[in-house]
Design a protein around this ligand. Sequence first.
Ligand code: ADP
Ligand code: MG
Length: 613
Amino acid sequence: MSAPEKHEFQAEIAQLLNIVIHSLYTDKEIFIRELISNAADATEKLKFLQTSGSAVFEPDRPLAISVTTDDTAHSISIADSGIGMTHDELVENLGTIAHSGSKAFLEQLKAGAGKPSSSGDPGIIGQFGVGFYSAFMVASKVTVFTRSFQPDETGWIWTSDGVSSYEIEPAADLPRGTKIVIQLAESDREYSRAHRVESIIKRYSNFVGFPIELNGSAVNTVSAIWTRNKSEVTDADYDEFYKFLGHDIDAPHYRLHFNADAPLAIRALLFVPKHSLEKPGMPKIESEIHLYCRRILIQSKARGLLPEWLRFVKGVVDSEDLPLNISRETMQDSALMQKLNKVLTARFLKFLDGEANGDPESYAGFFKEFGHFLKEGIVSDYAHREPLAKLLRYETSVSETPSALADYVARMPEDQKEIYYISGADRAACLASPYYEGLKAKSHEALFLHDPWDEFVMDQLREFDGRKLIAAEKAEIALEKTEDTLDDTAARLLCNFIKESLGDKVGDVRVSRRLVDSPAVVVESDKGMTSSMRRILKNLNRGEAPPFKQDLEINPNHPMMLGLENARKSQPELAKQVAEQVHDNALIAAGLLEDPQSMLKRMNALLEQLVTK
Ligand code: ADP
Ligand code: MG
């Protein structure tokens, strides 16, 4: 037999190998992913040739990938029954750099030649398709046995230590396909341990479309259902897949399975769990969307695929447009990622809108669990505010079942120009709120907000469908004057008296035309403020109140105000105490009373006068 022919690597390859070997040490395990995906590609190509009627060597050999580890010899091998390579293909594919991307990579490299390669970007390999060479990160020697599918070809053995040259010699009696045997370097013997290798295959290659065997047993068991047609997948398949993927015992609440071709080729399968795993006061949950390229994992829990406020969505996104070994670092802010994000977010919001209209009851269940995330989106993500606003649901004064803002608008009478809202812990609190009295008297509907976030949501939205969103407290409502109203002069004098009695505790004191049952309310003097927002801000700022004053509005129709106006003249001491109490009561109604002790003292004194008179 003739001596093996010796080839020098193309100069660029030798440099490239050096970089690959020395700059990727943190993520060495990906060499298994790379070799398996090459094997899967070769198998896929063979399947295509066979179905398109080409003559194929050993047509009955099953399509499979088999990995073998040898813990004693410290080797690992990856074999496939794919298309294999001819002599010339070996030289071309494993010995030369064909595409310009790698050339550019080398240019870059030369420019930064001063840097020691081991301190370089550990993801450097990821930007270029140089998967095969990753074997040399762990190998002292790589041997490739390969036999092309072409019937009149023969087998070849390719060997290299990955330094500067490789050898090729003919080999008889090889089966169709390629087997790559890696003699592991001393420091990388872990990759000859079956357990270690199994977990790597499961992690990156669980969904490869051909059976993968490790030392004779099947490893990849879950099928990549996102690549199948919807009509071929049953609900049970989807649920099972979700449970596997989401580590959940429940089936998902929603699922969205879709393909897109433009602007990117995407297959996505997204799920919304039944329950939110993020609880108040607990750390934020992590997004669990895994990014694949043709069934091979690129990045698990890929950040940036969806906006932060959609972090409750779980699933898989597969895009053929991704370079297979793109690195984490480049992935996160790449333009590609932003494009994916844009497409996925728009599609998901459209899906939710469809669900909300198609099955409102189920959507209500979703909104109860996850509405908070959508609100976070409105407050933090201007770009998606409009579609998100359509997804909001609120209880209102006329509808106990949560209602869309669009439904509210549809119910608005001609003369109502604005959308009103009131904050309160629950329905009863909203109904009893003094701020609601005027709206109720006018038969205007009000949104009832029970979540402290809602105030900020309204504040950010400002309007919906061209109608302003207005806190009830800020609504300009003027009810008709009644018979026994204080006349304007008396009312003005009473306001002055109350202001004098309260001093700095209030800003302005004035007459209100929107109260019915309450003698008075506190109203924020600042335009952008409401009393419930004040309450929230105080909580956030550890008790420190915002720097704006509150005004007091009095009800000139209320018997207490008529009485107070008389008492002001006859019993000024008592009247002062009543004025203070009226103010405190208004603060209580707004949930803002700070000093119950002095209030109680005064209250007791007043009661004492009442019973001893
Ligand atoms: P890429 O997969 O991005 O093309 P690689 O460095 O991983 O880059 O592989 C280089 C080329 O070598 C492949 O494009 C393919 O033509 C060939 N090759 C690698 N592994 C195999 C295999 N198992 N069977 C057939 N051809 C292979
Ligand atoms: Mg490859």
